[in-house]
Design a protein around this ligand. Structure first.
Ligand code: KIV
Length: 314
C-alpha cells in the first residue's frame, strides 16, 4: 500500500454498516421464508471486504486457500496457523456476513478433544463465528461437543475434498441408492447432533433436493443443484483466478485474470517506456530549495554535516 494512501481509522469508523449483521437465526429464517442464502469464500482483507459489501450472507475462509492462494494441488497441506492467519485478515474486513473458518485436514481427525481445542482457537484468536468440518456420521460426537462449547458448526457432505484419497479423486458422490441414502442419513444425524448448516458438495441435484427438504437447518450447495437453501462458490472460480478449467458447476461472473494481466502489462510497459511516473505523479519542492540544493555549499553540507549540526542532533 502506498504510504500516502493508507486507510485512516476515521474513514473506518465512519463507514456505516447499512445491512444488519447476519446470524445463523437469519439463515434459518431465510430457509423458512424460501429466500436463498448467498455464500462465498474469501481469504484476505481486500476480497473479504468486497464480498461483504456486496451483501453475501456467509463468508467461508475455506481450506481451498491451499489450492487457490497457496498453489498446492489439494487442500490437505494447509495448516492451522495458516488458516488462523487468513481468518484474521477476513475477520478484520467483514462487518455484515457470518465468518466461518474451515478446519484444516488433521486438525480434528485425531481426537474430539483436539478438534474442540482447535475450533476454539478459530473463535478466540481469529474471530470466527463458526467452524466447518467435513464428513458424515463419524463427526456427530465432534459436532455435539462443539455445540456444547458454544461453537456453531457447519458440516460438509458429499464430495469432501479432504477425503480425496479415500474417494479416489474429486468425484460426484451419492449416485447409487445406497450412497444417496447414506448421505441423507448422515445429514439428519448431523442436524440432530447440533449442526447449524450443511454444505452439500458434488452430488446429484435430486439427492441434494431431498436432503434439503428433510432438514430444518439450511443447506448450502456447491455442485449440488439449485434446490439447496443457498449456494457457495470459491471466490477465485467466480472471477477466473483459479488457473484451471472450471468445473461444470462453476459460473464465472468476471475475468479478474484478464483485468489484472492487462493492468500489470500496462504498468511494465509504462515503466520500460519511462512514461510512469510522470510529473503530476511526482512530489516537488520549491524553487528556493532546488537552487540551494544545487549550490556547491549545499552539496558539501549533504556530504559532510557540520560539527554544529551533529551537536544539535545529539
Ligand atoms: O474450502 C472450501 O472452499 C470449501 C467450499 C468449496 C465449500 O469447502
Amino acid at each position: 500500500m502506498s504510504i500516502t494512501n493508507f486507510r485512516s481509522a476515521d474513514a473506518q469508523a465512519g463507514a456505516q454498516t447499512v445491512t444488519p449483521k447476519v446470524t445463523f437465526q437469519t439463515l434459518q429464517e431465510k430457509k423458512q421464508a424460501g429466500r436463498p442464502i448467498a455464500a462465498l469464500t474469501a481469504y484476505d482483507y481486500a476480497t473479504a471486504r468486497l464480498v461483504d459489501e456486496a451483501g453475501v450472507d456467509l463468508i467461508l475462509v475455506g481450506d481451498s486457500l491451499a489450492m487457490v492462494v497457496m498453489g498446492y494441488d489439494s487442500t490437505l497441506p494447509v495448516t492451522m496457523d495458516e488458516m488462523l492467519h487468513h481468518t484474521r485478515a477476513v475477520r478484520r474486513a467483514v462487518k455484515h456476513a457470518i465468518v466461518v473458518a474451515d478446519m484444516p485436514y488433521g486438525s480434528y481427525h485425531v481426537s474430539v478433544a483436539e478438534g474442540v481445542a482447535n475450533a476454539a482457537r478459530f473463535v478466540k484468536e481469529a474471530g470466527a463465528e463458526a467452524v466447518k468440518i467435513e464428513g458424515g456420521a463419524a463427526r456427530c460426537e465432534l459436532v455435539q461437543r462443539l455445540t456444547e462449547a458454544e461453537i456453531p458448526v457447519v458440516c460438509h457432505l458429499g464430495l469432501t475434498p479432504q477425503a480425496v484419497h479415500r474417494m479416489g479423486g474429486y468425484k460426484v458422490q451419492g449416485k447409487t441408492l445406497a450412497a444417496a441414502e447414506e448421505l441423507a442419513r448422515d445429514a439428519r444425524m448431523l442436524e440432530a447432533a447440533g449442526a447449524s448448516l450443511i454444505v452439500l458438495e458434488g452430488m446429484p441435484r435430486e439427492v441434494a433436493s431431498i436432503i434439503t427438504s428433510q432438514l430444518r437447518i439450511p443447506t448450502i450447495g456447491i455442485g449440488a443443484g439449485p434446490d439447496c437453501d443457498g449456494q457457495i462458490l470459491v471466490f477465485h472460480d467466480l472471477v477466473n483466478l483459479s488457473f484451471s478449467r472450471p468445473a461444470k458447476f462453476v459460473r464465472q461472473y468476471g475475468d479478474a485474470a484478464a483485468l489484472f494481466r492487462n493492468a500489470i502489462e500496462g504498468y511494465v510497459h509504462d515503466v520500460e517506456e519511462r512514461s510512469f511516473p510522470d510529473d503530476a505523479e511526482s512530489y516537488h519542492v520549491s524553487r528556493e530549495v532546488i537552487d540551494a540544493l544545487k549550490a556547491p555549499e549545499a552539496g558539501e553540507t549533504l556530504r559532510a554535516p557540520s560539527k554544529a549540526h551533529l551537536v544539535r542532533k545529539a
